[in-house]
Design a protein around this ligand. Structure first.
Ligand code: FAD
Length: 495
């Protein structure tokens, strides 16, 4: 039998997705593959994508990058969760925190005990039982594992790409600068064989990663994989992004503030804040959106707002022929829960798990990859849709429109289970767990009618003292932690 053809991987695009792919592949298949990345400085990157979820630690651990060095190189701050301000109605706010809320008793989930406590009038807000929420509200953080906080980072996306580029190049990844002008295919509509660059250059390979952002040059344009439009569930289509000076010590959480036709984010880094206004152009013009964005900044803007247009949805297949799309080239869901960078990461680990020894038949790897990717995206989509449809912002046309959106069947089932008695069962290996769904369902005003019979197993008189002890433990522990700004100053010097 002839030996398998060596892997010759070409990554098209050098944004966060491209350089994450280059670094990960260099680390894990660098000895077995030739890896080339093509990017165009003239085209540039999308330039946003600065809030993450705790799974980002897996990337650092996998690549062997020290957390403090990473944070220093990328101006990063700590993130304990996301505050949703005004999403239910003006004046109402909740934090979707990382980590767990409360603690169950044996197999009785904490939320069920809380629901019963609420019915007998001895429960505080659900967030009062979360250590992460208590620390976030107090502006405190303790990064050591013993402190028990779950956290991610806010970072400068450009600096992350630069760090990963240096990492990848040190491990042998070849970078080619230039605009991709054409994608060459084998015979009549076969596999991709090369990228044709400006100046009559050609980069050949046998496995291609499309990381070209919204352009989706390889998977979308060259291979013609169709885009499945999710606008009917996630109707926002424009973002205006602008950076501003920090107005005080950075908060250890992302803010997502509801606006009349969308929402505004604030992502505080060590030395500046990333801001954006995501809105639906059917309900608001760009000038008004820019005015609202600038009025909602806490510090001085550092530039003019920059528009980014998008369509929510994804490609029917993320892997077609010998091409795998990662990042925006595969699709886009709103940055509401900071999931895009994670989706690049999970796509990469799926790819590593399915990387064949013999490239002559990719069909099984491809179909497994596509099935799992679609399932992951659909579950995250449902979670995002939940934030919009469960609102009580009556009388605002955009929010009225969102309330009338018919949820996907998969979400409708989850909503029904939760409304009955706060039930939730994780589907396959979906990203967001019981704690996340529970916090957002309750935060968006979905009040379960009852509780699971499991919670009746605890005597009624024990519920109040139990809940009070959990809340107190969170409060006391958080209050003993240092302020977020002080921790960053101690780690990286005063900002
Ligand atoms: P890009 O950054 O656009 O990179 C594309 C690359 O392809 C560039 O290097 C470009 O030069 C190259 N390229 C394109 N065409 C050519 C060509 N013809 N020739 C050569 N090179 C080419 N994600 C999160 O996880 N958290 C967030 O908070 C978050 N916020 C977001 C907010 C908004 C408004 C948007 C739009 C996205 C957000 N994302 C967020 C998503 C995140 O920005 C992306 O997932 C991430 O940056 C990866 O982007 P990318 O690398 O796929 O694309």
């Amino acid at each position: 039998m002839a030996p398998p053809v060596p892997l010759d991987i070409v990554i098209a695009g050098g944004g966060t997705a491209g350089w994450m792919a280059a670094a990960t592949l260099a680390r894990f298949v660098g000895e077995a593959a030739r890896i080339t990345l093509v990017e165009s400085d003239a085209i540039g990157t999308v330039g946003v994508g600065e809030a993450t979820i705790p799974q980002i630690h897996n990337l650092l651990v996998g690549l062997g990058i020290d957390q403090a060095e990473f944070m220093a190189a990328t101006d990063a701050s700590f993130k304990l969760g996301i505050e949703f301000d005004g999403w239910l109605r003006d004046g109402a706010s909740y934090i979707h925190s990382f980590g767990t809320t409360g603690r169950g008793v044996g197999l009785i989930p904490f939320r069920q005990l809380w629901l019963r406590g609420r019915a007998i009038g001895v429960a505080d807000d659900f967030g009062a039982y979360s250590l992460n929420v208590a620390a976030a509200r107090a502006g405190r953080i303790a990064p050591g594992e013993e402190a028990g906080l779950a956290y991610a980072f806010h970072f400068d996306a450009g600096k992350v790409a630069a760090l990963l580029r240096a990492y990848a190049e040190e491990r042998g990844v070849r970078r080619v600068e230039g605009r991709i002008e054409a994608v060459e295919r084998d015979g009549d509509g076969g596999d991709i064989v090369a990228l044709a660059l400006e100046g009559d250059r050609r980069v050949a390979g046998n496995l291609f990663l499309d990381c070209t952002g919204f352009a989706s040059l390889l998977l979308g344009k060259a291979l013609g994989v169709e885009f499945e439009d999710w606008t009917r569930w996630l109707p926002c289509d424009t973002a205006l992004a602008v950076q501003s000076e920090n107005a005080g010590p950075p908060r250890p959480y992302t803010q997502s503030i509801a606006r009349p036709a969308g929402w505004q984010w604030r992502i505080p880094l060590q030395h500046r804040t990333g801001n954006g206004h995501v809105f639906c152009s059917q309900f608001m013009g760009q000038d008004e959106a820019a005015r609202l964005l600038l009025a909602g900044l806490e510090g001085k803007p550092l530039a003019d707002p920059r528009p980014i247009r998008f369509t929510t949805g994804h490609r029917h297949e993320h892997w077609s022929r010998n091409c795998i799309a990662l990042g925006l080239a595969a699709g886009f869901m709103e940055p509401l829960e900071s999931t895009s960078i994670h989706l690049v990461q999970s796509g990469l680990s799926r790819l590593l798990g399915l990387l064949p020894n013999d490239l002559s038949d990719l069909s099984s790897a491809r179909s497994t990859f596509n099935r799992l990717s679609t399932s992951e995206w659909v579950r995250i989509r449902d979670f995002l849709v939940l934030h919009y449809i469960a609102n009580e912002r009556r009388g605002e046309p955009f929010w009225d429109f969102c309330r009338a959106i018919e949820p996907p069947a998969t979400l409708a089932e989850k909503l029904a289970l939760f409304a009955e008695s706060g039930l939730f069962v994780r589907e396959e290996d979906e990203l967001f767990l019981d704690d996340s769904w529970g916090q957002v369902m309750l935060g968006q005003g979905i009040a379960p009618r009852g509780w699971s019979p499991l919670a009746d197993n605890v005597p009624a008189e024990d519920i109040g003292p139990f809940l009070a002890s959990v809340a107190k433990a969170a409060r006391v522990k958080a209050a003993a932690m240092p302020a977020h700004g002080a921790v960053l100053d101690a780690m990286f010097g005063p900002g």
